[in-house]
Design a protein. Structure first.
Length: 460
């Protein structure tokens, strides 16, 4: 069967995927460095072997794809053959069966059920809540300013800020007195989910803390679900999930609501915190960008609270976010199990391999981007209509399994930036040396903490 398939492949002119020599048992020894620097590892091979290459990591054969056409093929055209299988096993242990981990018909049905919660109209309803939480956090920061200045650790503070805003958008009125205890435990879970961890049965202190946090999170979540069912609908994501019905008119059971809530949190929190963190790191090196953003915020929003309609008007702020997501995509690669022997972009791949759309590389591919390594928000000017159709720019992935929270996170990021820029002059520490570091299963974090000084602006 295998032989026949290969004969067929030869006749069809399928080519062999290039890559370093793979030795029996050890694979390619250079790959042992990969877990400490996945991006650098991938980029090195991309420059050497081109837009598709094969490596072996932890005894798995991996085909990495940097060309937009190959990415489109795997994530859209032939998606039934490229599934979120074994590589999502550890995620499944935490989040169970959710829109992120379900495949086939079950995955489609779950996604359909949730789509209304993420429509433009639903996101608009969340804005009042988001802006109120953002204002609370920014005002507390202003209160901390001694002698007129408060210095923050950029990543840590953005993680707290997005946590506060996100948790309130998720749970709305059901939250009440739970806020502090819940955010503490969610911080531990988010951190664990975004780090490389040994399997849960290995008795390390971090594993133990994480398991405790999940148990405590579950207790909180089931309590909140019960309360939200009793209280009836508000504009939170939780109540939208509870109100959602499948094609047969059936609601989600508590366990499924729990799985979806954790999924939204894990998918959304760290990604949004890192978008803001990297934006500041990049902007800090381009001194003209921040004043331009601030002028736009002053012109569009002034000193009032931002509202949903400002999102469309804050075009330059949005361009800066788009450019940040191009150069520092919080999800720089996604992974799929290859189900059946196939060819991607004319190159032969085998059942059981892992295909990795390497978003990071596509976003800096010289065939698709002029001066690709240059941070230049103006490259997105006037490209609103085309920006999401091109497979060379896929920070939220694309196609039928693209990010559900893209609109939510863009609106939230734009409005949070407006709130910060309204209130503070920002002095960002020189961070030319800050590099993105990505351990296995994590998003790229800054190689060292960097500070931002916030000086409250005078009103009037
Ligand atoms: C800048 C922020 C974000 C980025 C860059 C991002 C990126 C992505 C990417 C690349 C995927 C596809 C993963 C894959 O195919 O394996 C994804 C999926 C997903 N994201 Fe996001 N995300 C962000 C924020 C959010 C937020 C805030 C939420 C929730 C409120 C969210 C919810 C989801 C969900 C539910 C999925 C799974 C969709 C499905 O499989 O049908 N994301 N995200």
């Amino acid at each position: 069967m295998q032989k026949a398939a290969r004969e067929l492949a030869k006749l069809a002119g399928w080519r062999r995927v290039p890559g370093p020599h793979i030795w029996p048992i050890v694979g390619n020894p250079a790959a042992l460095r990969a877990p400490g620097d996945l991006i650098g590892f991938g980029e090195g091979y991309w420059h050497r072997y081109g837009d598709i290459f094969r490596v072996s990591l932890f005894n798995r054969s991996i085909v990495v794809l940097a060309h937009p056409n190959a990415i489109k093929y795997v994530l859209c055209t032939a998606r039934e053959n490229y599934i979120r299988g074994s590589v999502y096993a550890s995620t499944r242990r935490l989040i169970g069966d959710s829109v992120l981990t379900l495949e086939g018909e079950a995955g489609r049905a779950r996604r359909e059920l949730q789509q209304t919660a993420f429509h433009r109209g639903s996101v608009e309803k969340l804005v009042t809540q988001m802006v109120a939480s953002g204002a609370r956090h920014c005002d507390a920061l202003a209160g901390r300013a001694r002698e007129g200045v408060v210095a923050i650790d950029a990543h840590r503070e953005m993680a707290r800020l997005t946590l506060e805003v996100f948790v309130r958008a998720l749970f709305g009125q059901a939250l009440q007195g739970d806020f502090g205890a819940l955010t503490d435990v969610m911080e531990v879970v988010s951190d664990g989910a975004n780090r490389f961890m040994l399997p849960p049965w290995v008795p390390t202190p971090r594993n133990w803390r994480w398991q405790q946090a999940i148990a405590s999170l579950d207790a909180h979540l089931y309590g909140l679900i019960e309360l939200a069912r009793k209280q009836g609908s508000d504009d939170s994501l939780l109540s939208m999930l509870i109100a959602a019905r499948d094609a047969q008119g059936a609601p989600l059971e508590d366990r499924a609501v729990r799985d979806e809530v954790i999924t939204l949190f894990i998918a959304g929190h760290e990604t949004m915190a890192l978008t803001l963190t990297w934006l500041f790191a990049l902007v800090g090196r381009h001194r003209d960008v921040l004043p331009r953003m601030q002028r736009e915020v002053d012109h569009v929003v002034g000193r009032r609270d931002p509202r949903f309609s400002d999102f469309a008007e804050l075009q330059y702020v949005r361009q800066v976010i788009d450019e940040t997501l191009r150069l520092r995509p919080p999800v720089p690669m996604v992974a799929r199990d290859v189900v059946d022997h196939d060819a991607i972009h004319g190159y032969e791949v085998y059942a059981g391999e892992i295909a990795i759309p390497f978003i990071w590389a596509t976003h800096r591919h010289p065939d698709f981007w002029a001066d690709p390594l240059q941070f230049d928000p103006d490259r997105f000017e006037g490209q609103r209509a085309t920006r999401h159709s091109s497979w060379s720019y896929v920070p939220f992935s694309a196609g039928p399994r693209a990010c559900l929270g893209d609109m939510f996170s863009l609106v939230q990021t734009v409005l949070l930036l407006a709130q910060l820029l309204q209130r503070f002059e920002l002095q960002i520490e020189d961070c030319a040396d800050v590099k993105p570091v990505m351990m296995l299963s994590a998003s790229p974090r800054p190689s060292r903490p960097f500070r931002i000084e916030l000086r409250p602006r005078r009103s009037g």
